[in-house]
Design a protein around this ligand. Structure first.
Ligand SMILES: *Cc1c(COP(=O)(O)O)cnc(C)c1O
Length: 429
């Protein structure tokens, strides 16, 4: 039973929730002291493997002693097996995974690429990096790509870069039917869905490519890094040469057979974006621990969800039964709230140590930006997305938070949403 200031907090929730109660403004009210950006340390096994690589000094993935298999090549083999892909390529970032996949699918200057309007800057950035232009698709109330709007726009491009933004997965069978029917190639951005699945199929295994990030804030942490997986031999041969393999592509144990490179090796530019052995060494034990870590993340997510359920004025995101997610963040909506009221909630929460991000702000800030702030990519207004983002609140959920921390954070958010909600209701009377 959590205890605060000599009283049982769980029993006092209703009291704390009531802004009219003097305890609400009590100087001893609960605050959270943890850091929203603090991840767990690298596991001991990863530190030992990294030390071994530094001691032998062969950090470049193609620098191997006779008979040695590079950590990067082993990492690719292991990740391919983990997601059930024929081929896997490890690269320098999730952004490189996406640009490499786009190029390997033949996307180039002047092409249009469909993508979610609700995503983060690296996604339209990858499209822009290959000289293409994004066409943004509306988002649903549950934060996934709107299949009706996608159907309306499907004829405008040959490729969809589908972002499973914040780990929310759309109806993948319906999406693939729509895209296959229109001859549109799907590339999945799985930066937030490593280890996740839809109806038992791992995220990243529906499209021609699945792209992942191993950057610090994602599900495994090598500082920077990424993967692209595929079952398509020719596309993967192109991706491997594109990533900067020179003529050493046969060192990729999770790559296609030599025939796949016969033409590709002459026609494909070498655009350096490789994974190195140091980061690969750090990642291998983390991949093995991913299922356990996923369970820990989801336990934290469920505590947040339970703590905010049935709070008038606050809407939770529905998670479909087919979706096996790996939560590393938490979202909720303050539907049709004024900008001032949302900002009031954020300020009050911050004052109590709870750092929330808001997708409704006019100016891009920190890691958070919106389709209309990417001015290199022209966009028509998307009314449904605008309305949703105006009330969308986002929070990191690092594994350094305990379940009790999550209970406390949920209590604080619940109380502050309640306070602002009731003040608005009274003002409206
Ligand atoms: C982090 C992220 C990526 C990839 O990012 P890198 O920092 O390049 O590894 C891609 N898509 C989304 C939605 C992301 O948040």
């Amino acid at each position: 039973m959590p205890v605060f200031d000599g009283c049982d907090i769980s029993a006092s929730r209703d009291v704390i929730d009531d802004p009219m109660d003097p305890a609400h403004n009590h100087p001893m009210r609960e605050t959270f002291k943890g850091s929203f950006t603090q991840q767990e340390p690298i596991p001991e096994e990863g530190i030992a493997a990294a030390l071994a690589v530094m001691q032998h000094g062969r950090l470049h993935r193609y620098n191997t002693a006779p008979g040695e298999v590079a950590e990067a090549a082993l990492l690719e083999e292991e990740f391919a097996a983990q997601v059930g892909a024929k081929y896997c390529l490890a690269v320098a970032s999730g952004g490189v995974a996406m640009t490499t996949a786009l190029r390997a699918c033949g996307v180039g200057p002047g092409d249009a690429v469909l993508t979610n309007a609700f995503t983060l800057a690296p996604v339209p950035g990858a499209i822009a990096a290959v000289g293409a232009t994004p066409i943004f698709v509306e988002v649903t109330q549950d934060l996934t790509i709107d299949l009706h709007d996608l159907a309306a726009k499907i004829g405008q491009a040959r490729v969809l870069l589908l972002s499973h933004m914040r780990g929310h997965i759309c109806d993948m069978e319906a999406l693939m039917r729509l895209c296959d029917g229109a001859g549109v190639t799907v590339i999945e951005d799985c930066a937030h869905t490593m280890g996740a699945a839809w109806n038992g199929t791992p995220s990243g295994r529906f499209g021609k490519f699945g792209c992942y990030s191993t950057q610090t804030y994602k599900h495994v942490n090598s500082g920077e890094g990424g993967f692209a997986v595929s079952d398509d031999a020719e596309a993967m041969a192109r991706a491997i040469v594109l990533s900067g393999s020179y003529m050493l592509y046969d060192r990729h144990r999770a790559g296609p057979p030599p025939e796949a490179y016969a033409q590709v090796k002459y026609e494909t530019p070498n655009i350096s974006g490789r994974m190195d052995n140091l980061r690969a060494a750090i990642l291998r034990p983390q991949l093995r621990a991913l299922p356990e870590q996923a369970a820990r993340w989801n336990a934290r997510y469920r505590v947040m969800e339970a703590g905010l359920r049935d709070r008038p004025g606050l809407r939770l995101i529905q998670r479909p039964a087919a979706e096996a997610f790996v939560a590393s963040s938490f979202q909720f909506v303050l539907p049709d709230w004024s900008a001032e009221a949302v900002q009031d909630v954020l300020a009050r929460c911050l004052d109590r140590g709870v750092e929330l991000k808001w997708f409704g702000a006019a100016e891009p800030k920190g890691f958070t930006s919106r389709y209309d702030s990417w001015r290199y990519a022209p966009s028509a207004p998307l009314p449904q997305t605008d309305r949703l983002l105006a009330g969308l609140v986002d929070m990191r959920l690092p594994l350094t938070f305990s379940l009790e921390d999550c209970e406390l954070i949920a209590r604080i958010i619940r109380a502050e949403v309640g306070a602002v909600w009731q003040a608005r209701a009274q003002a409206a009377e």
